[in-house]
Design a protein. Structure first.
Length: 619
């Protein structure tokens, strides 16, 4: 069948799978129309598709599942549809039986009835599930007793999918609608980018690993929660309608080589460089534990199973069409990276990733490869610089090793002149300085370092180590040119205890004097809850009081021949000695932001942007 003759109608187009299916259809040259509940949801869909290189936008058809005709408007817009993809329904736990049936069973009935009226339809492709597929259509309609017992045993979501699988086959056969069913496992992110905005199911366990809140690994060496990358599943689905052999066939689409659940979570933890518990809890025990302890919705526990699935037909189908599945481990780790970089849905989409200068895994936000790189201070993270980075343009910010969203451990100070040696693990050292700051310059195209507080020290050390790689050096609130912090910051254990427990409002008052900035610091507080981050922060705060290190940094600054721009808040001034040092440097400029303290990026972001722009080379 020529792709130009195909016209696909996608239900559930705005969902995770639906969007990626549209991309796959577009790449295959198939014309696409989408059934949307509202104009707003369609606009959101088209924005996402445009961001992912899809164009022109698919046709917008308005769907009303309560209406007899299902689609509203001119029928000529869908009369030539050759294939329907049903990705619609509700994927969430805690629904009532009535709500789940309305979303997942009644919608199937409506779509089959609509499909039966299309004169050119070649296939209805329905998305079922690996735990619910293979139902017997001969038992439709279900008795009231069977429905009651099934919904009680499985929970509303899974039971409604079981019933929908049977209803789809029964109704389609009666209406003469040709169908194919895909039974995917847990759908993870794109195999190339890891992109996903679905955070239920397995993703919630990955989040516990990331946060260090998982007390024990669920299951044993045979507990199997398989995965499939969303782009592979979408591509598989696009191949079904033209294949006559796929009519009235169901395919279990999943990676049969997915590690057992404890091994999968351990793999992710090692990749995140966080500790993973060695203790394992048998699945029967997990099901008996209270929800407040397991932190798992009871409906998700049925997915913890030793079962295996009939993947042979799907594997044969893919091979026949030259569709090679992506590497499972690589896909899982890219997905895990995307989840963490986007804070499991708590951070905005786009512009967030992990990089590995000198082999050190670091979180970065902003424009990839941008020449301006911000190194944040303490106890905040790169996210506090996001508004500044966006306004600057051609800029990015990275979390230092062991801090923010960057993993790793913080070693002690190196022996070379009190430098910040040993920040993070791996990458070696040059005379006490880790390899990663220089690699950040040499490998990623950084030419302008903006260092804030402790980040200013790292920026200065890197610039003096490789002045040939640095065009500009901006030091924001450089602690080594300012008065010593209070004694509390020099006591590691109390500081660690405080940082692990502080709330956003309390931290905002302490850092800025105003609780109104709590929202900007919420992500920093979340990071301080992660294992090791508060301890690393406390150690660095204490080290910032080291006169040996401060003296070494001042000496480095005196000898630096490049351009230096120092930005401080009027309420967090330079010491007289610090000001005198800068006045003696022929290529140093100082900007004082009125009303700002040690964290002007939080309290006065526009002024920080203006200060940086004012001294750009073109000005």
């Amino acid at each position: 069948m020529n792709p130009a003759d195909r016209h696909a109608l996608v239900f559930g187009a705005t969902g995770f799978l639906g969007r990626h299916l549209i991309l796959a259809l577009g790449r295959a040259g198939v014309r696409v129309s989408t059934a949307n509940r509202s104009g707003g949801s369609y606009l959101g869909l088209t924005r996402w598709l445009a961001e992912h290189g899809y164009g022109p936008a698919p046709a917008d058809l308005r769907v009303d599942f309560d209406a007899f005709s299902l689609l509203r408007g001119d029928a000529t817009r869908w009369e030539d549809v050759t294939e329907i993809y049903n990705c619609a329904g509700a994927y969430r736990f805690g629904m009532s039986a009535e709500e789940a049936r309305r979303a997942n069973v009644d919608s199937v009935r409506a779509i089959v009835a609509f499909a039966a009226r299309l004169p050119r339809l070649r296939r209805l492709v329905h998305v079922s599930g690996y735990r619910v597929g293979g139902q017997d259509p001969a038992q439709v309609p279900w008795s009231a007793e069977r429905r009651r017992s099934t919904y009680a045993a499985l929970g509303a979501y899974e039971a409604s999918k079981v019933e929908a699988d049977a209803v789809l086959q029964a109704d389609a056969d009666r209406a003469g609608v040709p169908w194919s069913i895909v039974n995917p496992s847990s759908v993870i992110g794109d195999s190339a980018t890891g992109e996903s905005d679905q955070y239920l199911g397995l993703a919630s366990s990955v989040r516990e690993v990331w946060q260090g809140t998982m007390a024990a690994l669920p299951g044993n060496a045979s507990t199997f929660v398989p995965v499939v990358p969303v782009d592979h599943l979408a591509r598989f689905m696009t191949l079904l309608p033209p294949d006559d052999a796929a009519e009235r066939a169901a395919y279990w689409v999943l990676d049969a080589g997915t590690p057992a659940l404890p091994a999968l979570l351990t793999l992710v933890g090692e990749h995140y460089r966080v500790s993973v518990p060695r203790t394992r809890i048998p699945v029967p025990l997990v099901r008996r534990l209270p929800r407040w302890l397991t932190k798992a919705d009871p409906e998700t526990l049925t997915f913890l199973s030793d079962d295996r699935y009939p993947t042979g037909p799907a594997d044969d189908f893919a091979a026949r069409h030259g569709l090679t599945p992506p590497d499972g481990t690589t896909s899982i780790l890219r997905w895990a990276d995307h989840l963490a970089a986007h804070r499991f849905g708590d951070a905005p989409a786009g512009g967030r990733r992990f990089i590995t200068p000198a082999g050190v895994r670091m979180f970065e936000l902003g424009e990839p490869g941008a020449p301006t790189v911000v190194l944040p201070g303490l106890p905040v993270n790169a996210d506090t610089w996001a508004p500044v980075v966006e306004s600057l343009g051609h800029a990015r910010a990275v979390d230092l090793p062991g801090l923010g969203l960057t993993g790793g451990r913080l070693g002690g100070l190196g022996s070379g002149g009190g430098r910040l040696g040993g920040l993070g693990s791996g990458g070696g050292r040059r005379g006490g300085l880790p390899d990663w700051p220089v690699a950040l310059l040499a490998e990623t195209g950084a030419r302008h370092l903006v260092g804030h507080s402790v980040g200013a020290a790292i920026a200065l050390e890197a610039a003096t180590e490789r002045p040939d790689l640095v065009d500009r050096l901006t030091l924001v609130s450089p602690f080594f040119l300012q008065p010593h912090a209070g004694l509390a910051s020099r006591w590691t254990l109390p500081a660690r205890w405080y940082l692990r427990r502080v709330g956003s409002e309390a931290l905002a008052r302490r850092l800025t004097g105003d609780a109104a900035h709590a929202g900007a610091l919420a992500s920093s507080v979340a990071d301080l809850r992660r294992a090791g981050v508060a301890a690393n922060t406390a150690r660095l705060l204490a080290r910032a009081g080291s006169e040996r290190w401060r003296g070494d940094l001042r000496a480095r600054l005196r000898s630096y021949q490049g351009r230096v721009h120092v930005v401080v808040g009027a309420d967090d001034p330079l010491t007289p000695e610090g000001r005198a040092l800068l006045d003696a440097l022929p290529r140093a400029v100082v900007t004082v932001i009125a009303g700002a303290g040690h964290h002007p990026q939080v309290t006065h972001p526009a002024e920080v942007v203006q200060a940086v722009h004012e001294l750009e080379p073109s000005s």
